[in-house]
Design a protein around this ligand. Sequence first.
Ligand SMILES: Nc1ncnc2c1ncn2[C@@H]1O[C@H](COP(=O)(O)OP(=O)(O)OP(=O)(O)O)[C@@H](O)[C@H]1O
Ligand SMILES: [Mg+2]
Length: 521
Amino acid sequence: MTINLSAAFNKNEDFFLGLIRRQQVPTHLVSPRGPSGSQRYYGPGIGYAAAMLLTGQVQVEQSGRTLRIRFPSSGKAGGLKTVASTDMGAGRLWSGDSLDSASAPWVLALTEAVVLGQHPETLAALRTLAGLTGAPVAIAALKPLPSADVSVREALLRLSDHAYYELKAKLDASEITKGAVNLSGLQPVPPSALMKQLLGTRETPTAAASSPLARLRRLTRRGGAALLVGPPGTFKTETVKRLVLETGAAVVKMRGAPGIEDRDFIGAITPGVNGPEWVDGPLARAFVLAKSRPTVLQIDEILRYHAEHLQVLVGAMDELSYEDARAVLAPALDQLADAERPAFLQATLPDPGARYYMLDLPTGEAIFCPKPHLVWALTTNMGEDHLQTAQTLDSALLSRIDLVIDYDRPDVETVMPIYEAVAGDARLAQLGYELEDLTYAIAADAEGLLVRPMDARKTIALLKEARACVEDGLSLRDAVLEAAFVTAVPHCCPRDARGLIEEASRAGLLKRIAEEVLPAA
Ligand SMILES: Nc1ncnc2c1ncn2[C@@H]1O[C@H](COP(=O)(O)OP(=O)(O)OP(=O)(O)O)[C@@H](O)[C@H]1O
Ligand SMILES: [Mg+2]
């Protein structure tokens, strides 16, 4: 055994109330792995490691199956300790300068359990504990729980014994050994993701199946069009980006604007170095890519196109059977020598079982692509009123859209990891979310104090500015107020006839932020 686990048991219990060093673990809580009939004792070092995870004080970075972990030392000197671990063939390699300390091996084992699903008995015992205490839980709230709540005390004793014997078995079998760990490419694991894993909350299959991304993913298997409708900053464009990254599809992007003409869609003949030449527009580029590989054609702000120009899209979104497509090709085939026809047909319509999209070019040619290769991802804002959107979008276009995916305010699970990443600080991210919440509450009031609530994009801007203010030496509270002044206030508050922000609204919003979001900051 290369790592000495006894320090956990020699440490005094100075975190939890209601537990003491060498407290006996009752028989009904012991691990079946331990020697039967023996006395079992509680290890305060193991309890401490669980407390660090439950209170959100463990920082984790991950690259595949490699972890680096920082946590507050349980020793008198304090400070942060760092440990790391990785896969190596049959078992795992652990590193850190304090692996024989009272808490380090346990922080490592518990975090491996949570993040990588290692040590299943330890993980089950830890999740039972987390289910009782909640996670994250404030330090002051967690400390007295074992004395107040016998089920929490028992869950800690049980975790201690199960974690000890599960880890000991792995060390005895040399499934875990000490050695240098290669730490390249580490990415922080957002605290909220860690808490979710700790609680063992997984998306239910039905919830996962009805996420916008899952809906688009299914569409990519058969090809077709989806319209993503919702207010600004609800991650419509982001969903399309993730789809592209995840599926490895090619992507072509277009963005609606009033002055856009058909030639900007399809392409045009333009003067080139060797005389006039045809240059593909985005629509033609997407069709050419989709001839040979899955392609996403992303058209943002679809409502900003003039309806008459959308007719080009309507035409291109029509699908043809193989026979129909072949009939369209007949004149071109007739002009070829008999021997050339099969190769031409094979190159243009490779799959007799597929249906095809067809794009007519002004040059008289047509580009065909198999329908399963092309996904149309159209996005639009909702305007003041949802009905308006449907009315403005041409009914011929709407009828060619397979899926309409509505976006509302994104839920906290979606935005929190992003907020934490841009804020660089879980507490600031939380304040940003609460501030956003507050603007939703005020905007929903009939008093008309705010013209609109924050959206995710605005909250991200606020968090970035607040973070910069903190770097300039402002307190967290002042930083959020300063950032709100230039992000939330101009976005949410009405303006008067001269275009100035209404003072009463500004003062009211800042006051409520100070009183309702920032009292603890
Ligand atoms: N992982 C991320 N990290 C940082 N910012 C992100 C991340 N994901 C999304 N964002 C930002 O969130 C904001 C909202 O996302 P997105 O652009 O998808 O919204 P949208 O619904 O398309 O809005 P609109 O209707 O205004 O186009 C964007 O500013 C985007 O840059
Ligand atoms: Mg967008």
